[in-house]
Design a protein around this ligand. Sequence first.
Ligand SMILES: Cc1cc2nc3c(=O)[nH]c(=O)nc-3n(C[C@H](O)[C@H](O)[C@H](O)COP(=O)(O)OP(=O)(O)OC[C@H]3O[C@@H](n4cnc5c(N)ncnc54)[C@H](O)[C@@H]3O)c2cc1C
Length: 389
Amino acid sequence: MPAPILIAGGGIGGLTAAVALRRAGFEVEVFERAPEIREVGAGIAIQPNAVLALRWIGLDRAVTEVSCVEEALHLWTAGGDLLARLRPREIVPDVPFLSLHRATLQKVLLEALGPGGVHTGCECVGFEARPDGVTLVLRDGRRIEGAALVGADGVHSRIREQLLGDGEPVYAGYTAWRAVTPEGFAPRPAGSSETWGRGHRFGIVPIEHGRVYWYATSNAAPGGHDKPGALHDSLLRNFGSWHAPIRELIAATPESAILRTDIFHRHPSRRWGRGRVTLLGDAAHPLTPNLGQGACLAIEDGVVLADCLRAIPDLATALRRYETLRRRRTAGIVLRAWHLGWIGQWESPLACRLRDRIVAWTPGAFNRLQMRRLFRFTSFTNSLPAPED
Ligand SMILES: Cc1cc2nc3c(=O)[nH]c(=O)nc-3n(C[C@H](O)[C@H](O)[C@H](O)COP(=O)(O)OP(=O)(O)OC[C@H]3O[C@@H](n4cnc5c(N)ncnc54)[C@H](O)[C@@H]3O)c2cc1C
């Protein structure tokens, strides 16, 4: 039997790559640090470009069936004035814009991968590369032989550290809290929205089972912690006077369900791989969450990687082709996301007033053009039919 392709990290990127590679006929083994794949994270937006990528591996319908379809995205001021509205269907009529719990998406991917696809409790600490293969080294000392290695181990990737040695990612200057309300939150918000204040933002995304995913960002020093029992008060201090139902969403969510994550990114790099080792998802191109595209791009990466490996017989050549295609697609999005977050987190009252005016005056056609570029997905071998055809 040929040696498997090894994937370090069983997040959305690693799991999508595993499914795509198996469907392309490769043996795959995923090594995940967490002791089990649990209900982690909060909600997630899966935008049309990722839905198109999922179509290539026959999973778009399965994911759509368990998601909410977003008909409108709104941008508000803290006082409740509408700054912009976007209807995804006006941009891509045939492909939905979805939102769902991250764990629901992971479940669909795990089911598609089948039993035994992921080895949990396996922390990857390094690798040894040879021209004809790779040895992955685990924390417990085990050494796993593979034909190639994909580092999909997230923003603080160990595989990247050894491969590129380009230091830690850069703190963006703000931290994020995110959570999902218990089922049946009422009244249900009409569509997704983001609200901009001064140094703070708040997002609302209805998801499946009558739940609402919300997130909040605030300018803060990195590495901060919330005092147990004081989080509701601290969030309400910043967001409690904002438009409805922001106060209600915070109040309806148990403190234990609120996650805090410092936001990091990296300037796009010119290299992601060497020989039979490559990177994928946040390990390759970590971006701030301002465009809701990190997981979407990780899904695209997994599909394009499998497509390149299927079409190009030499493994190292296929990996370099994958990297070239994906660098071209992701670099601009990483920079756009950083820029949007920088503007969104402004604190100066004058600058914020000007910002809000400019956003409100920006023609809808311009916004639609920007989003059309974002929602586009092209695989490597466009001529290959999607599996369901
Ligand atoms: C507040 C916030 C909101 C977001 N909202 C959206 C959104 O709406 N839409 C969207 O597309 N994106 C969103 N993102 C971005 C998205 O979460 C990430 O881009 C995405 O999860 C990247 O997937 P990944 O598989 O590359 O990495 P990860 O999801 O980080 O997965 C990496 C996996 O590797 C494992 N791992 C780490 N180190 C090791 C190791 N040494 N050995 C073995 N396993 C290891 C981890 O346990 C994890 O399971 C958001 C991010 C944040 C912070």
